[in-house]
Design a protein around this ligand. Structure first.
Ligand code: SAH
Length: 229
């Protein structure tokens, strides 16, 4: 594939075309690491990741790494966001629950793919910032609340898809209960420092569990997660 037009010349570039060039590079890197889902990659082209990182980190926004977002939390690495979203297999008619809004970057990617996105964040300041970002980007199919997401959001259940973006000792039972039949839950499960991506599929006959790659997430703190240390 060719780089975007106008990006490789000797002339100084406008900031915006430089950022879209960096974003395209990020998307290609993610694709080269094995994420093939075209809709996920397009959503990552559409959502400006630099809007979700603190001002002083903007120049690093399109590197393939997690970054601090304040309140001791992080915005996830682009490859991990892509991989989890691809595993989730979100369809246009789906209602999705996200636990751990953080910066709202993953939320925005989901909003491009799903009918409705409900997202819960325990740190009110992060939730407020994410709500503002959804407004700025005109993402109107998202609802964000400050709440312990380890208990889910029963009023809005059942969900076709649930994604947890904080590490849990095991999948919270309320989330499994709030998953629709035919639904999928993606969650990092394991220790406080290191987890594995786990996919649950709920069928009429029961729930299947499949373990995937090793990942590092901040802990899910709450009633069905870890205790605050
Ligand atoms: N997807 C986010 C990742 C944020 S890190 C992003 O890319 O920006 C995980 C987030 O989960 C943190 O913001 C943390 O505050 C939040 N969190 C931890 N425990 C939680 C809980 N029980 N309910 C809701 N959010 C929680």
């Amino acid at each position: 594939m060719e780089p975007p037009a106008g990006a490789a010349g000797g002339e100084p570039e406008s900031l915006s075309s430089d950022l879209s060039y960096q974003r395209e590079r990020m998307v290609r890197l993610v694709a080269s690491r094995g994420v093939e889902d075209a809709r996920v990659l397009q959503a990552m082209r559409d959502i400006p990741r630099h809007v979700f990182v603190p001002g002083e980190m903007r120049s690093q926004a399109y590197g393939d790494h997690a970054l601090p977002i304040g309140s001791s939390q992080t915005i996830s690495q682009p490859y991990i966001v892509a991989q989890m979203t691809a595993l989730l297999d979100v369809q246009a008619e789906h209602s999705v629950l996200e636990v751990g809004t953080g910066s709202g970057y993953q939320t925005a990617i989901l909003a491009k793919l799903a009918r409705r996105v409900f997202s819960l964040e325990r740190v009110s300041k992060l939730a407020q910032q994410a709500i503002q970002r959804m407004r700025d980007l005109d993402l109107e199919n998202v609802k964000i609340q400050t709440f312990d997401g380890s208990v889910g959001w029963s009023e809005m259940a059942p969900f076709d898809r649930i994604i947890v973006t904080a590490g849990a000792p095991s999948a919270p039972q309320p989330l499994l209960d709030q998953l629709a039949v035919g639904g999928k839950l993606v969650i990092p499960e394991g220790g406080r420092e290191l987890q594995r991506l786990v996919v649950y599929r709920k069928t009429k006959r029961g729930t299947r569990r499949q373990e995937g790659e090793a990942v590092v997430f901040v802990p899910l703190i709450g009633r069905h997660g870890w205790q605050e240390s």
